[in-house]
Design a protein around this ligand. Structure first.
Ligand code: UN1
Length: 496
């Protein structure tokens, strides 16, 4: 068993508190994956100080050179993909193909952001006055605090870390206490890739202690957070008081519309993948399925049959479709929502309980659960469950389907299955979410386009790549005017 240390100013150091907790495998909770520091404010102070001191050097390192370090990190990640994918599965439970996918997303992100080091575009425009020019350039902010979840323990930190670093910021990284060893491996890879001391610092521990100390620290210039709405809101309040930017990715209540003309085989596959992949523990998970009444009964019957056939188990075992939930808290939350669904009068077709047969009793497993006869305002249709529970809602038309999808305080991802080109085009316009899929599930965004949701799903600063992606958040825009006329020229006044 590994005892984790914090990484501060290029050194692996024990926490000032001397306190540790255990990260366990959710498929076998007796298996301890690592002991990790329960750090305190003093550790955060040291990490922020290291990041602050390293900032001028990193800011002045040419962006293409910064990119080369990310390129090396991409190569190391690629070499170690199998080992890291297995660790993801052991530490947070998703099945191995998805553990490998988690690492692949970080590889993609590292290559992408490495290339951005040779772009980081601003603009140069003509000026209205003669002998004058104007341009915008990107400059880093300083120290970023990056607070990340366990459900993509390599991918999501990579989105935030690589984007911060390529822009020239330095970082204090606080990973989820459910996946600290994955975080350590990612930091080690950046260390091996040649990242200078102090540029990236890792401090593990609780949100109440480490997260809060970061949120309130005077020398932190910006925050990027993925996690629950409650924590996001609290962080946003302190960020507002300290006048610093914050990017937040929070919940989802993502919906798939299945129209009467849909290819039902394809739609079924998409629903299974979106609802039960990652045990439903993605922000983008498909948790509402809005099915046209003409195909509703047939679709529900097929969905229930397929959900019943999914194999639960340790994600490292071959042939397993669905892994465990992350921890005991998640288990009781999901079971509680199943009770709520039953009390609200939804029809439970399958699942609905903890799975405890044989070795499943060693972990936090819940049977894939399908409810139908769900109405749009039920709590199970409105609140994020983050587990293998899917609610089917009947609709009588395209218009009604769209209005149900949009009747949510969340707005991350939505999908439509249809073979009608007009419905597909209209859905692209009408679905009020940050991600829209046509004939594909709500999960599986690629990193070269921005990722983010509307309303309670996010702060409007998307993650990942693309023209309007994370680089806009992780850099300031500075505008420079140069007047080479040798005389005073007055904009808006010297108009000829
Ligand atoms: C998340 O659940 O927070 O689009 C991220 C997807 C993945 C990322 C999910 N690429 O489903």
């Amino acid at each position: 068993m590994k005892t984790i240390k914090n990484f501060i100013n290029g050194q692996w150091v024990p926490p000032s508190t001397g306190e540790y907790e255990e990260s366990v495998s959710p498929a076998h909770v007796v298996e301890v994956v690592a002991r990790y520091p329960m750090s305190g404010k003093a550790d955060v102070d040291r990490a922020v100080e290291a990041a602050r001191s390293a900032f001028p050097m990193w800011r002045d390192t040419p962006a293409p050179r910064r990119g080369e370090i990310l390129f090396k990190a991409a190569e190391i990640l690629r070499r170690r993909k199998e080992e890291l994918g297995r660790l993801v599965t052991r530490e947070m439970g998703k099945i191995l193909p998805e553990g490998l996918g988690d690492v692949q997303e970080a590889i993609d992100m590292a290559y992408f952001m490495a290339g951005e080091g040779r772009r980081l575009q601003g603009e140069t425009v003509p000026c209205e006055l003669p002998n004058k020019d104007g341009k915008s350039i990107r400059v880093p902010w300083g120290v970023f605090a990056l607070i990340t979840p366990w459900n993509f323990p390599i991918a999501i930190p990579s989105w935030k870390i690589f984007a911060s670093l390529i822009c020239g910021n330095t970082v204090v990284f606080k990973p989820s206490s459910d996946s600290p060893l994955c975080a350590v491996r990612l930091v080690e890879i950046l260390e091996e890739a040649g990242l200078p001391a102090g540029v990236l610092n890792l401090v593990t521990g609780s949100g109440e202690s480490v997260g809060e100390a970061l949120a309130l620290h005077q020398d932190v210039q910006g925050i990027s957070f993925t996690g629950s709405c409650a924590v996001g809101e609290a962080l946003a309040v302190s960020a507002a008081k300290l006048h610093r930017p914050i990017a937040m990715e929070m919940g989802g209540k993502n919906a798939i519309m299945v129209m009467d003309d849909a290819n039902l085989d394809l739609a079924l596959e998409g629903v299974l993948w979106g609802a039960f992949g990652t045990t439903g523990q993605r922000c983008t998970a498909s948790s509402r399925i809005i099915v046209h009444e003409k195909v509703h009964d047939l679709f529900v019957e097929r969905l229930v049959k397929a959900a019943n056939a999914l194999r639960l188990g340790d994600g490292l075992d071959k042939g397993v479709d669905v892994g465990p939930l992350i921890n005991r808290r998640a288990l009781s939350k999901v079971l509680n929502y199943i009770r709520i669904g039953k009390d609200e009068g939804a029809h439970l077709h399958c699942g609905g309980a903890q799975a405890q047969a044989g070795a499943l009793a060693e972990g936090y497993f819940v049977e894939p659960t399908v409810f139908s006869a769900v109405t749009p305002n039920m709590r199970i249709a409105q609140e994020e469950i983050f587990g293998p529970v899917v609610s089917v809602i009947k609709c009588d038309s395209y218009e009604e389907g769209v209005s149900i999808v949009n009747q949510s305080r969340f707005g991350l991802s939505a999908a439509i299955y249809t073979q009608n080109i007009n419905y597909a085009a209209r859905a692209e316009r009408d679905l009020d979410t940050g991600l829209v899929y046509v004939n594909a599930s709500t999960i599986g965004a690629e990193i070269q386009l921005p990722f983010g949701g509307f309303r309670h799903s996010g702060s409007g600063h998307p993650e990942a790549g693309g023209l309007m992606g994370a680089l806009d958040f992780f850099s300031h825009i500075k505008v420079v005017y140069r007047d080479f006329s040798g005389k005073l020229q007055k904009a808006q006044i010297d108009v000829s």
